[in-house]
Design a protein around this ligand. Structure first.
Ligand code: SF4
Length: 314
């Protein structure tokens, strides 16, 4: 029987950690206030917050559509189905982007009721103009062509096509490991064993620019894999970032110290998160005013919760 819980379970992920570093108020909205907001009987603040949480932006929407299609293409290869060609994939992505735009501009009423099933773009929601800037449309159109071309030419896709030399690990949507009883979530795009090189390979598709956070993310993946599959040495794990915009990849060989650092990071971060709880046993948060707001207007201008924080301005 489905049980309605007043508070969510405490968990940790790198994106949750980054949200807390960005703005504690945003963290509260994302991980507490929006809880149960998908239920019809939830209070109006929970429903509004959940709806706002689901807003995306053009770059994120693009990234998510590309990731979904790459996943499908790889499944096609692994299950011996025919793979769509480059132009078909470009058309498909364009179709999803257009649909997202139409849903944002013409179907707001549907999104309001079922925000998980419809797209609302931040650029549309907060500008109220029903148009996207020409420069942004051009940026995404350019990315579309480049990304698809680079995916098909990528080292990792070439390895997927040599599937008999690889052993693929089932992709699970929500992978996690436990740290002091708290679930630490890991989202990995593709994992396989390269049988010829006797290495584990973790692939991360990037549709945006390189980030300084990449190394922590990779160390977390490696730590998970090492624990889950009892891999003797970190030297047996290759982590590969495929930068689809640039058409390049970087392979990282992590050290034991990287793993120690990332464990240190999530332990400290979990303690910090617990500092925002009124009752740790229930994961009940402190009242909202204990989650300070961000002072930088540039950060707020990109945030989904402007209408909650600054109701007079939107
Ligand atoms: S609008 Fe600004 S203060 Fe409010 S949650 Fe977002 S980043 Fe934080």
């Amino acid at each position: 029987m489905f049980e309605i819980k007043p508070f969510p379970e405490l968990s940790w992920s790198l994106s949750r950690h980054k949200t807390l570093l960005t703005c504690a108020r945003q963290y509260a909205y994302d991980y507490y206030v929006s809880h149960n907001g998908w239920l019809e009987q939830a209070d109006s603040l929970a429903r509004q917050t959940y709806r706002l949480k689901k807003i995306t932006n053009l770059e994120m929407h693009f990234g998510s559509v590309v990731h979904d299609l790459i996943y499908q293409i790889i499944q096609d290869v692994l299950h011996n189905r025919s793979v769509p060609d480059e132009q078909t994939i470009i058309d498909e992505i364009r179709h999803h982007l257009n649909r997202g735009f139409i849903e944002s501009t013409k179907k707001e009423h549907l999104w309001r009721n079922r925000p998980k099933h419809y797209t609302m773009l931040h650029e549309i929601y907060y500008s109220q103009t029903n148009t996207l800037s020409e420069s942004k449309v051009k940026k995404i159109t350019d990315r579309l062509q480049t990304t698809v071309k680079n995916f098909f030419a990528s080292r990792s896709f070439a390895e997927v096509l040599r599937k008999e030399d690889m052993k693929f690990i089932d992709s699970e949507k929500f992978r996690f490991m436990k740290a002091n009883g708290v679930k630490v979530y890991i989202v990995m795009d593709l994992v396989y064993q390269d049988l010829a090189r006797n290495k584990w390979v973790i692939v991360d598709w990037k549709t945006g620019k390189k980030s300084e956070e990449d190394r922590n993310q990779l160390a977390l993946y490696a730590l998970y894999l090492q624990q889950k599959y009892s891999i003797d040495s970190i030297d047996d794990i290759i982590i590969r970032n495929e930068y689809l915009l640039e058409g390049s990849f970087i392979e990282h060989q992590l050290t034991e110290q990287d793993l120690i650092n990332v464990q240190h990071l999530y332990k400290i971060s979990i303690e910090q998160m617990k500092g925002y709880l009124e009752d740790e046993s229930k994961n009940q948060p402190l009242p909202l005013e204990h989650f300070p707001m961000q002072n930088d207007p540039r950060v707020c201008s990109r945030c989904n919760y402007q209408e909650l924080c600054f109701p007079a301005q939107v």
